[in-house]
Design a protein around this ligand. Structure first.
Ligand SMILES: Cc1cc2nc3c(=O)[nH]c(=O)nc-3n(C[C@H](O)[C@H](O)[C@H](O)COP(=O)(O)OP(=O)(O)OC[C@H]3O[C@@H](n4cnc5c(N)ncnc54)[C@H](O)[C@@H]3O)c2cc1C
Length: 376
């Protein structure tokens, strides 16, 4: 019977594995190289009395009742419909994803129905039957004007790549709407935020007598000695000493700024359509429970994308190119990992995929349950 488990990474992937296995009676040790728990979902209250997400705004959304039920065991969640606006060159803020009002603002039209918007976009769409990259997908659906305004500069800043070099999947994540719906995520998703923040949620997940957590502790191979199994959320290429080459990531530098006053407005995140260095800005106090103390000031955070090598190897987004070359490299690392009998790679960097929190939780619940079914 396996009883000692090492978990590398105190983000959602590691935390879910830790809790499920601890509840099944395993002795679980969690390590993280950072000085805090919660991985990229980590949040804190700053000197302005504002709750800030250290690694960019994390909005919880899911179609899975199972996932919501599981996380709700560890905290109260508040319903929250996330809205994003794009700042146009003329200074107007328009809904994003593109909807009927966005189309009217850009083209100066006065459409009132979905059919009118669809008919207009059909006149702009280019006849591309099988789009091979993100640019072709957008041109085939909304034409060049909206593509060049909302997607081209943003993608270039975000990824350091032209739309033509990006996979269709990167832009397909963002819905295209022809009506007036202006919430960011799809209607069939449950959208929530943890009332007391993500860090408090993780404290409760780790609060189990069978779990111990060591922070500021990087993984080293000798740590595997004496362990019966290891779930490892570290970058898979790093574990293998980059033997096959690097799996690259896009990173972000966060620029926090104190602003006097607490303006009320109906959205928290603004995307910039210009060619400057920043992709978006978050005004945290607009999110429920993020104005923890009224100091008369608020915090806004701008994101500046960069290569992860230029940001202390902070890995945020796996790079998905149109030719899938890095996905192919990851498959070769995965084959190497297949020969390891006592390690399973998990999470965003262990499996080199961008996954939302609910997807990571879902995968981790299934993975821990599969492990229990296998070894008991
Ligand atoms: C800017 C940004 C915004 C996002 N917004 C959203 C959102 O709105 N909604 C949503 O659902 N998802 C969002 N996500 C995705 C979300 O962050 C991930 O789904 C989630 O963090 C994945 O959890 P994880 O445990 O796989 O990885 P992580 O949270 O990254 O945790 C992995 C942990 O492993 C640790 N680690 C790595 N290497 C080592 C090592 N060698 N030794 C010890 N520890 C190590 C790291 O320090 C880290 O704490 C966003 C991600 C980013 C980058």
């Amino acid at each position: 019977m396996t009883d000692k488990i090492l978990i590398v990474g105190a983000g959602f992937a590691g935390a879910v594995h830790a809790r499920v296995l601890a509840e099944a009676g395993y002795d679980v040790q969690v390590i993280d190289k950072r000085p805090h728990i919660a991985g990229n979902a980590y949040d804190y209250t700053d000197a302005n009395g504002i709750r800030v997400h250290a690694y960019g705004p994390h909005l919880f959304h899911s179609k899975s009742r199972n996932v919501i039920d599981w996380v709700s065991r560890f905290g109260v969640f508040t319903p929250y419909a996330h809205k994003v606006r794009a700042l146009l060159p003329g200074g107007a803020h328009v809904p994003l994803p593109v909807n009927l009002d966005t189309v009217n603002a850009v083209f100066g039209t006065g459409f009132e129905t979905e059919a009118q918007v669809q008919a207009h976009l059909a006149t702009l769409a280019l006849p591309i039957a099988a789009p091979a990259n993100a640019a072709e997908y957008l041109h085939a659906n909304i034409g060049t004007v909206l593509t060049d305004l909302f997607f081209r500069p943003y993608t270039q800043k975000m990824w350091g790549l032209a739309l033509e070099e990006m996979a269709v999947a990167v832009v397909k994540r963002i819905p295209l709407r022809f009506d007036r719906r202006d919430t960011y995520f799809a209607d069939d998703e449950i959208q929530l935020l943890p009332r007391d923040g993500y860090t408090a949620l993780f404290e409760r997940i780790f609060d189990h007598p069978n779990i111990s957590v060591s922070l500021s502790t990087g993984f080293e191979k000798p740590m595997l000695e004496g362990q019966d199994f290891c779930f490892n959320a570290m970058p898979i290429d790093e574990y293998f000493g980059f033997a096959l080459g690097e799996l690259p990531y896009r990173s972000l530098r966060f620029h926090h700024e104190t602003v006097i006053g607490l303006p009320t407005r109906g959205w928290s995140v603004t995307n910039f359509t210009d060619k400057g260095r920043f992709t978006r800005e978050t005004c945290w106090h607009v999110l429920p429970h993020h104005l923890e103390q009224n100091t008369g000031r608020h915090t806004r955070t701008r994101e500046e994308p960069c290569d992860y090598r230029d940001n202390d190897m902070e890995r945020y987004y796996p790079v998905k190119t149109a030719d899938d070359r890095y996905a192919a490299l990851y498959e070769r690392y995965k084959a190497l990992a297949g020969a390891e009998t006592k390690i399973q790679f998990i999470g965003r960097c262990g499996t080199y995929q961008y996954l939302d929190m609910d997807q990571i939780i879902n995968q981790s619940l299934l993975s821990a349950q599969r492990f229990l079914a296998r070894v008991g």
